[in-house]
Design a protein around this ligand. Structure first.
Ligand code: SF4
Ligand code: SF4
Length: 104
């Protein structure tokens, strides 16, 4: 699935995320830590979501960045599984649906 980096799923979905305070210095989590995963409720911005400015010739563009995407603790999370939904070469269909929710 091709992610458009809109960040809407990181705002609109109920999803289990890695607890920011459970991330160890090496980017992993302790398997015995029972609070390592917490629920991020729909409508609440994920604490791991950031915006990054790009500077294409036609003007400044902001894209969503997951700040733990590269860390070991991200592997196997619902977010990683979500990114794998749908055909590998297809654009994310959730983005447009969630944008419509923004506009309601
Ligand atoms: S809604 Fe889709 S396109 Fe937008 S950030 Fe999430 S996965 Fe990417
Ligand atoms: S952990 Fe990353 S991908 Fe998952 S909701 Fe938060 S910012 Fe989005």
């Amino acid at each position: 699935m091709h992610c458009l980096r809109c960040g809407r799923c990181c705002l609109h979905l109920d999803i289990f995320i890695v607890n920011p305070s459970s991330i160890l210095a090496d980017g992993s989590i302790d398997a015995a830590d029972q609070e390592a995963m917490i629920i991020k409720p729909a409508g609440k911005k994920c604490p791991h979501l950031a915006q990054q400015l790009l500077h294409p010739q036609e003007g400044e563009v902001s894209i969503a960045v997951c700040t733990i995407h590269h860390l070991h603790c991200y592997r196997g999370t619902p977010c990683e599984q979500f990114e794998q939904l749908g055909p590998e070469d297809a654009v994310c269909v959730m983005s447009r649906y969630l944008r419509d929710l923004d506009e309601e």
